[in-house]
Design a protein around this ligand. Sequence first.
Ligand SMILES: Cc1cc2nc3c(=O)[nH]c(=O)nc-3n(C[C@H](O)[C@H](O)[C@H](O)COP(=O)(O)OP(=O)(O)OC[C@H]3O[C@@H](n4cnc5c(N)ncnc54)[C@H](O)[C@@H]3O)c2cc1C
Length: 259
Amino acid sequence: MKIVVLLKEVPDTYVDRKLNLETGLADRAASDPVLDEIGERALEVVLKYAESVGEGVEVSALTMSPAGATASIRKGLAMGASSAIHIADDGLSGADLGLTAEVLAAALREIGADLIVAGQQSTDGATGMLPAMLAELLGLPALTSLSEVTIAADSVSGTRVADDALMQVSAPLPALISVTDALPEARFPNFKGIMAAKKKPIEVKTLADLGVDPTDLTPSRTIMTAVSERPPRTAGTKLTDDGTAAEKLAAYLAENRLV
Ligand SMILES: Cc1cc2nc3c(=O)[nH]c(=O)nc-3n(C[C@H](O)[C@H](O)[C@H](O)COP(=O)(O)OP(=O)(O)OC[C@H]3O[C@@H](n4cnc5c(N)ncnc54)[C@H](O)[C@@H]3O)c2cc1C
């Protein structure tokens, strides 16, 4: 069985992230790039399954990121993925969701995975749209936002938490799933894993390899037309209770269409 885990490199989640207001792109130099934690959890689910089966499960990592992003890929390999595919091409700078999905789908088509595992939502773009878009492009069933996952030889199932219900969902393979951070934390790569990762293959692919033209706007594409710094928060309205606070509060809520 071939399982592909989608790993995204993101600016360090625990520091302030910055947009370059001239280019509209994330300022990658402003913080250390890290492997998105949700991707690590996705990989952990898959590695646990592969270990439980023993043999016959091939786990690959797939990422689309700038050329230098090999540290994050190596981390995935050090955790236990057996190989990685890195899509890197200058034409992908500032890629929107449409282009990102198109490019990842082209790579996934070539790989022909039985199961594709993504995080529910990245910590930078954070649209949470990519898994569903990929499933649509690949014509695969999508089990999204799973907080528990069970992988079997010919199917995948899991639990999705809704506001007031737990849904049990399943699909035959091939399928795509996305997982939430309710899943267990990922393992730390150990020394043996880090050393082994140095020898594991990373295949680098370009847009030309995948047959995707980033300048072709026929598929649905969106372009960020302007970016500016978010205005600082303004001071809130303070009400002193001189006997009229309730009235003022009700008027404020009505005025701001909050009731
Ligand atoms: C500075 C900036 C400008 C942007 N401008 C635009 C714009 O103009 N128009 C627009 O539509 N979007 C724009 N985006 C959004 C950007 O294109 C998305 O971040 C990207 O397409 C992936 O979407 P996401 O991170 O929201 O994915 P999500 O759907 O939140 O990610 C879910 C999961 O998909 C997988 N995944 C996501 N991205 C990758 C990847 N690159 N490689 C491997 N796996 C991945 C991971 O498993 C991840 O956990 C911008 C983002 C930034 C930071």
